[in-house]
Design a protein around this ligand. Sequence first.
Ligand SMILES: O=P(O)(O)OC[C@H]1O[C@H](OP(=O)(O)OP(=O)(O)O)[C@H](O)[C@@H]1O
Ligand SMILES: Nc1ncnc2[nH]cnc12
Length: 178
Amino acid sequence: MAPTAPRAELTRAESLIREVPDYPSAGILFRDITPLLADGRAFRETVDALIAPFRGAFDVVAGLEARGFLLASAAAYASGAGLMPIRKAGKLPRPAAHVEYALEYGDAEVEAHADFPRGSRVLLIDDVLATGGTLVAAHTLLGELGYAAAGTAVLFEIAGLGGREAVGDPTLHTVFRS
Ligand SMILES: O=P(O)(O)OC[C@H]1O[C@H](OP(=O)(O)OP(=O)(O)O)[C@H](O)[C@@H]1O
Ligand SMILES: Nc1ncnc2[nH]cnc12
């Protein structure tokens, strides 16, 4: 696995995150990571930085639909771990667990298959932490499936919305924060 990039490289990657006011609704400052993903070097360095604290401590990477998939699949590939997609309700043919939750701009439901042995160590990855509703739901889902939380890694943490406190995971690692 690649070594973690120098801070200057990560600062450049962070500068690529675009702020979009009033999307998807009035009053929301949307953090758009697509320009960062469009830059191959920044994409690779941020994925490496996401998983660096958890090296050797997980068997599976779980990603939240949809933007979390982009990071989690790259992280799973880079680390040789399996990939667990946590999908919005109604997208999986044989969901084994289902959780409803609220996020910064709406409500949602997530589901997952039980394709890994109970006790598997799962690293949870998402792009943005806002209120924490999504990650709390994902942790509940992992618990219902009998998996062990190996850690939580997020690309961008929005401060001031209580997300870190809601998630309450001492391992929570965020590469960038507002
Ligand atoms: O901390 P929270 O308030 O829960 O918000 C964070 C979540 O919101 C976004 O997902 P969204 O459901 O908008 O899905 P998307 O990736 O399909 O855009 C983002 O990708 C996180 O998963
Ligand atoms: N402000 C925000 N920007 C991007 N994704 C989000 N998910 C929840 N709040 C968000």
